[in-house]
Design a protein around this ligand. Structure first.
Ligand code: ADP
Ligand code: MG
Length: 613
């Protein structure tokens, strides 16, 4: 029988480290927070190999007294908390006294520090939990910490780390969050000797303009130019920040930044409040972009509920939900955005796998119309004339005895073959520049031109991809596209798959990538648009999708971008070609994101409704 025994301190430290220090970005987060708590006004972060080889952070804060240097590495040793009561009024980012102990237990750390009031500082090495002797150090006032070879003594953890570019993406994200919540600081981030961000600070915490500039720096001009400022308060709580126009929407919620008392947090309820405020302005599955800052008395929020403090508990969650929702909603209403809807999103899950070969297909005689001037398309929902019965494609059949109710079109049964069709030239009608009405022996078919074209292209592309990479159009002058460092990393990680699709990207550093080629099929669509759509898609994935799923998703996305849209007027030839190729979509009547491509009003149903039978 195994006996119970108390674990050795080194083991306890490693277990604790597992909770707090997951990857290099966690080290950067903890050390940045310590520098902020030390009152630094300038912090320099330098990392090598995504932080796996080195993280060095230098601050000009209050420093550590030479006598306390060793204690800094002890578990549960902190200068930020005196008694248990203090836990309920935490004004610092750290308070548990665990970070340095954890980092020191799983890396090789050099800590050098000098309080401004002392003529000399001291240094100390902590090597996998083993402390060296304290030595004098003659550096400038503040603290300097070097963390080398993270997880050198926990190989299993080290194995879990990803490519340096991915780890660097996480580091950048941590850095970005800190910079957004502390716009007064001068912050610098360097990777492998190159400057990634140099963010000059300024006085006036959360002064709107500086924050706006920061947002522009991290997320690009596009977002910066579409921000609406919000400000509201209730009792002791103040809400401030910026929200982005619905046209900035993303396929993931990661651009909803929420800070409470200067700390980045995630909160389902407040995330929900943000989404609710945008209701009707975003397609389902799309997320708003927002940068929100809540300030409240520290005793109204419990930050001691999560190992990395990314989740908190509010005393008055409902009030906060309402404050966020109503403030954002009211601000959006002022912009009178309610009538605007985005064109269909290509990012809904596409469950098709690359399986059965599609029938061979000649190319459609379509060239994409000129790119639109404006990216936001207003989709007018056509109103039926008063004397026409409105036909809603309702999912359920009419109940018995409902002879006067509207006929319900059913999703079309398998497409009739081309040969069954009557002369198409006079038998296809385009309405609202969006739908084609086709007479077939089975009945009247109403086709969504975009959905059908998209489906056909999707099948064609799938077929072509089976024979090798898609045809790529090289750009004479590579086009720089500004992304966040995390986005750039994610994109570059998937380079082989993107190349199969004809999308060539290269790292330019500092979050910028160079677009060198794009899928020829996409013709005149702005290449940057497609790249951003791809980035969005990749960022929306929690885990790295398999190659097959990823290619499939991206094909569906490309098909959506290349297909004719609602609003494109088609020539009779184009209409005929589209209808003739509809058998390519024959195994499903849905576009790659699951909307129907056609509805059939059976001849019998029409006759019955008009009381002919
Ligand atoms: P916590 O931040 O929760 O107190 P840490 O393990 O991160 O715990 O740090 C332990 C202590 O070391 C801190 O309470 C602080 O006194 C000191 N310390 C750490 N980093 C710095 C720094 N950059 N400047 C000044 N003091 C620091
Ligand atoms: Mg700390």
């Amino acid at each position: 029988m195994r006996r119970i025994q108390q674990l050795a301190p080194a083991v306890i430290t490693r277990i604790a480290a597992g909770e707090v220090i997951e990857r290099p970005a966690s080290v950067v987060k903890e050390l940045l927070e310590n520098a902020v708590d030390a009152g630094a006004s300038r912090i320099d972060v330098e990392v090598e190999q995504g932080g796996m080889d080195l993280v060095r952070i230098v601050d000009n804060g209050c420093g550590i007294h030479p006598d306390d240097l060793g204690l800094a590495f002890a578990s549960h040793a902190t200068s930020k908390l005196q008694s248990a009561d203090d836990l309920f009024r935490i004004g610092t980012l750290g308070f548990r006294g665990e970070a340095l102990a954890s980092i020191g237990g799983v890396a090789q750390v050099l800590l050098q520090s000098r309080p401004a009031a002392l003529p000399r500082g001291c240094e100390l090495v902590c090597h996998g939990g083993q402390l060296s002797a304290v030595k004098p150090w003659n550096g400038s006032a503040g603290t300097r910490i070097e963390v080398r070879h993270l997880f050198f003594n926990t190989p299993v953890r080290r194995k879990f780390l990803k490519a340096a570019s991915t780890e660097m993406g996480h580091v950048s994200e941590v850095f970005t969050r800190l910079a957004l919540s502390h716009p007064e600081l001068h912050l610098c981030l360097r990777h492998n000797g190159k400057t990634v961000y140099d963010v000059t600070g300024g006085q006036g915490v959360l002064s709107g303009e500086r924050l706006r500039e920061h947002i522009g720096l991290f997320f690009g001009r596009d977002v910066r130019e579409k921000l609406y400022e919000v400000e509201a308060s209730r009792g002791n709580t103040v809400l401030r920040g910026f929200i982005a126009d619905p046209s900035c929407e993303r396929g993931h919620a990661r651009m909803q930044y929420l800070f409470v008392n200067g700390r980045f947090i995630r909160d389902r309820s407040l995330g929900h409040a943000v989404q609710e405020a945008y209701r009707g302005l975003l397609m389902t599955g799309r997320y708003a972009v927002a940068f929100l800052f809540l300030e409240m008395p520290p005793d109204e929020v419990d930050v001691n509920v999560h190992p990395t403090k990314v989740e908190v508990r509010f005393q008055n969650g409902q009030m906060l939900h309402h404050l966020v929702f109503s403030t954002l909603r009211e601000r959006l209403n002022r912009e009178n955005l309610t009538a605007r809807l985005q064109p269909p999103s290509p990012f809904d899950p596409a469950p098709w796998a690359l399986t059965a070969p599609p029938p061979p297909a000649p190319a459609l005689p379509f060239t994409r119309p000129e790119p639109r001037q404006q990216e936001v398309v207003t989709i007018d929902v056509p109103r039926p004339a008063a004397d026409v019965i409105q036909r809603e494609p309702a999912p359920s059949p009419p109940g018995p005895g409902s002879a006067t109710s509207t006929p319900v079109p059913s999703p079309a049964p398998p497409w009739p073959r081309a040969a069954d069709l009557p002369e198409h030239s006079s038998r296809i009608l385009q309405v609202y520049d969006a739908y084609l009405i086709v007479e077939t022996p089975e009945g009247m078919l109403v086709v969504d031109q975009h959905a059908l074209h998209e489906r056909i292209l999707f099948e064609q592309l799938k077929g072509r991809l089976r024979d090798g990479p898609l045809e790529a159009q090289r750009l004479l002058i590579p086009e720089p596209v500004e992304l966040t460092a995390e986005q750039a990393a994610r994109l570059l990680e998937n380079r082989p798959q993107l190349e199969e699709l004809g999308l060539g990207v290269e790292d330019f550093g500092g979050g910028t990538v160079l677009l060198t080629s794009y899928p020829a099929l996409l013709g005149r669509r702005p290449p940057e648009e497609i790249l951003r759509a791809v980035v969005d898609h990749l960022m929306g994935q929690d885990r790295l999708p398999t190659r097959e799923v990823l290619l499939n998703d991206l094909l569906s996305l490309m098909a959506c971008h290349a297909a004719v849209r609602a609003g494109d007027r088609l020539t009779p030839e184009q209409m005929a070609a589209l209808i003739e190729q509809r058998h390519l979509a024959h195994d499903t009547h849905h576009c790659p994101h699951g909307r129907p491509t056609a509805l059939l009003f059976s001849r019998q149903e029409l006759d019955r409704q008009f009381r002919r039978i």
